[in-house]
Design a protein around this ligand. Structure first.
Ligand SMILES: [Zn+2]
Length: 338
């Protein structure tokens, strides 16, 4: 049981988003996260989100996209083969993006506070002009852009350990030197983006760092990457805000993903990020993305949040990463001048 206070963005209206019968991104995911957090934290503070405004959304989405999603309010609209709305979906999506802003504002005001957005629909596949991959609005991008609008001199790092590459987040900030996007994801895999060669646009070289991972990769790869590549990349970029686009579908129990990260691996991965952020005095806010095993969500979300708070037991030595990953890490370290 952790003594840290956990602030959870949550709202019953998130449960009204129903992308269709049998869809893996189902409402039951959020109560599973809540159960795990209640068992792991002595002090859980529930905080209601507010809807993102149109101007919040327009910082990262086109007017056409915002208009199309808002027009789906109260209806079932199919955006792509696996992205559809039910009557409550648009409200949930506005609350998810708005909740990400609430948590981001809170950690900027109180950098030691622990915040998790237990929100859905997820966001990292949503592009400026397109809903896709279960995502309507890009929650983490909306939060990052909100923070940049408050302080144009801010630098924001986004870490995305979801098993899928966050194509939307990468594309939105492709040419934005104030945002560093780091993704660990299975490849080849949906959505097909996220190669090592994608490193940012002409105005923002090096602002994207991708770690494509072969199926079967797990704790060894996640821990080596966060320790020996992500932490040095953060130290080089010197962000004033860290957002975690936290998918848990890299968990070994996940029915969609082919990676093998354990609950202990997630705890240790987040512990590395938390230790870096505390030492640097950088606020961290974490937003739920994917994760489709209820059992994995119930254990790995609280383990990760305990890790962030510095309350997760250190894991023992892990195997070295597989050669392809070790080579990619060496390349990133060279680019960082290490
Ligand atoms: Zn995912």
């Amino acid at each position: 049981m952790s003594m840290a206070r956990l602030n959870l963005i949550e709202d019953k209206r998130f449960l009204l988003h129903d992308p269709g019968s049998g869809h893996p991104e189902r409402p039951e995911r959020l109560p599973a996260v809540r159960r795990g957090c209640m068992a792991a934290f002595a002090d859980v503070q529930s905080v209601q989100p507010v809807e993102a405004t149109e101007s919040d959304l327009l910082r990262v989405h086109t007017a056409g996209h915002v208009e199309r999603v808002l027009a789906a309010r109260g209806q079932r609209v199919v955006f792509d083969a696996d992205t559809a709305t039910s009557p409550g979906s648009v409200e949930a999506a506005l609350l998810a993006a708005g909740g990400a802003i609430v948590a981001t504002r809170a950690v900027i005001e109180a950098p030691d506070a622990l915040w998790f957005c237990n929100i859905r629909p997820p966001g990292h596949h949503a592009e400026a002009n397109r809903a896709m991959g279960f995502c309507l609005f890009n929650n983490v991008a909306v939060a990052a852009a909100w923070a940049l609008a408050q302080d144009p001199t801010l630098r924001v790092a986004i870490i995305d350990p979801d098993v899928h590459h966050g194509n939307g987040t990468q594309a939105i900030f492709w040419n934005e030197p104030r945002v560093l996007y780091i993704s660990l994801h299975q490849a080849p895999f949906y959505p097909g983006t996220g190669s090592a060669a994608e490193t940012g646009g002409p105005a923002a070289p090096g602002s994207v760092i991708n770690f494509p991972l072969p199926a079967g990769a797990g704790d060894a790869e996640y821990l080596a990457i966060v320790r020996d590549a992500v932490r040095p990349a953060l130290s080089a970029f010197r962000p004033g805000l860290l957002l975690i686009s936290a998918g848990f579908d890299a968990h070994r129990l996940d029915p969609l993903g082919g990676l093998r990260v354990t609950t202990e691996g997630f705890g240790a991965f987040f512990a590395e990020i938390g230790a870096w952020a505390r030492a640097a005095g950088v606020p961290v806010a974490t937003m739920l993305e994917g994760g489709y095993s209820l059992e994995a969500l119930e254990s790995a979300v609280p383990a990760s949040l305990q890790g962030l708070a510095g309350a997760f037991p250190a894991v023992g030595p892990v195997e070295p990463p597989v050669p392809a990953v070790a080579a990619r890490m060496a390349e990133v370290r060279r680019q960082l001048g290490l």
